[in-house]
Design a protein around this ligand. Sequence first.
Ligand SMILES: *Cc1c(COP(=O)(O)O)cnc(C)c1O
Length: 230
Amino acid sequence: MNSIKENLFELQKKIQQAANLCQRDYKEIKLVAVTKTFHADIVRKALNCGVKCLGENYIQEAREKIENLSDLQASWHFIGHLQKNKAKYAVKLFDLIHSVDSFKLAQTLDKEAQKINKIQDILIQINIGNEKTKSGICKNDIFDLIFNISKLSNIKINGLMIVPPYYNNPEKVRPFFQELNSLKQEIVKKDFPNVLMNELSMGMTGDFECAIQEGATLIRIGTAIFGQRK
Ligand SMILES: *Cc1c(COP(=O)(O)O)cnc(C)c1O
């Protein structure tokens, strides 16, 4: 198996190639290294190789790693399903929460953010494939949700996130990326106060090149950096 350093080098090359192909500046595309199941020592290696953003799926697991790595600079992103009773920790630990999909969750985050005087940056997760097994708001409800959340004082919407249906062939995933991009443009047109649509969080190891071509600004990559998860 290649080292993390080699994997990151290869990955950066592919990100740049994908960006060049669609005339995007590769600096617009931020890599979120997804570290679930990997020990802090391994995450430390990635940070020492220049990784700046880390994505975690579970609060308890993330708490331990964030503490262990507190001597290093890193931006921590929460990308998993968030339960309301963990909102307090999420607000304390994470710079960006990708997975907000209900008004109730946003309200709870807002309350916790007020307590510590923070403006919490979030993305809205959409269940783009209408899959029963996945979290995310149904796309028909997206405008109401964004309008309601935009009124919360300590929450700032920065964009949208999806985990599309799984296909071996990334071309089959491309329409979901395109759909998210059109949704983003519709939201921009509505000009909600206090809502930014700067970020599209989409693309994982199997399909990030397609996602970049369709406008991703945050790609969430685990396997291509750290190898297969157990
Ligand atoms: C695990 C995970 C990823 C990373 O997936 P890879 O295929 O390993 O790159 C990205 N996003 C979410 C939400 C995840 O849970």
